[in-house]
Structures are given as structure tokens and as C-alpha cells.
Write a protein of this length. Structure first.
Length: 124
């Protein structure tokens, strides 16, 4: 089960990069969030031998996993994207108007760092 969660996490990161290449920066941010959510849930399953909580708050998952401060900080910055990328009434702007290339690039870099941390914790 851990491998499936991790494999989908890696694929979500590829999708985030593809979205950024096609200037769909809000979708890139969404898939970065999905990447992190799934890799943290893979780590949760590995660590606790149980299904992860059905939450989308990746900061809460990171805290449950006792992640270091720099990892938790990444999850704080990506947590808001779950709502902001999906719903047109969360901010003054529509989701596709709220993100740009620089933001997407930063979120991809953060996701890569966090995914690498999870893989190290999983012994990969």
C-alpha cells in the first residue's frame, strides 16, 4: 500500500510540472499539494501500519509525523492551495488568476524537497 501512495505522489509531481509547462499554474499548485498529501500518507502508513487520516491538511499530517520544522513550514505554504486552487470564491481572484510561473516553480521545488525527505524516511 505504501508503494502505491508513493507512486501516485510521484506521478502527481510530474503532473504538476506538466501543468506549469502549459501555463496552468493553479493546477500545478493543486498537484503539488496532492503530491505532498500522498507522500505524507505513504509515510504515515509505513510508520503507523494503519490507514492515514482522511484529511487534506498536509501541515497536520506533517506534525503527526513529527517532521522537522523546515518540512512543516513547506506544508504550511502548500496547505492553503488545496482550497485556493479549487474554488472560485475563496479569494477576490479566480484560481487561474491567482498563480503565476514563479509561484508554481517554487511550489514544485518545495514538493521535490519534501518528497525526497519522505523517500529517505522510507529508506528509498
Amino acid at each position: 500500500m505504501v508503494k502505491n501512495w508513493l507512486a501516485q505522489s510521484e506521478r502527481d509531481l510530474i503532473t504538476a510540472k506538466n501543468c506549469a509547462k502549459s501555463d496552468d499554474f493553479y493546477a500545478s499548485a493543486f498537484f503539488c499539494h496532492q503530491c505532498i498529501e500522498k507522500c505524507l500518507k505513504a509515510l504515515y502508513i509505513s510508520r503507523f501500519d494503519d490507514l492515514p487520516p482522511r484529511i487534506h491538511h498536509i501541515d497536520k499530517l506533517a506534525i503527526l509525523l513529527e517532521a522537522p520544522e523546515d518540512i512543516v513550514n513547506i506544508t504550511y505554504s502548500l496547505s492553503e492551495d488545496y482550497m485556493m486552487t479549487r474554488y472560485p470564491d475563496v479569494t477576490d481572484k479566480l484560481p487561474f488568476q491567482s498563480y503565476n510561473e514563479q509561484m508554481a516553480g517554487q511550489k514544485i521545488t518545495q514538493s521535490e524537497k519534501l518528497l525526497l525527505w519522505v523517500k529517505k524516511k522510507l529508506g528509498e
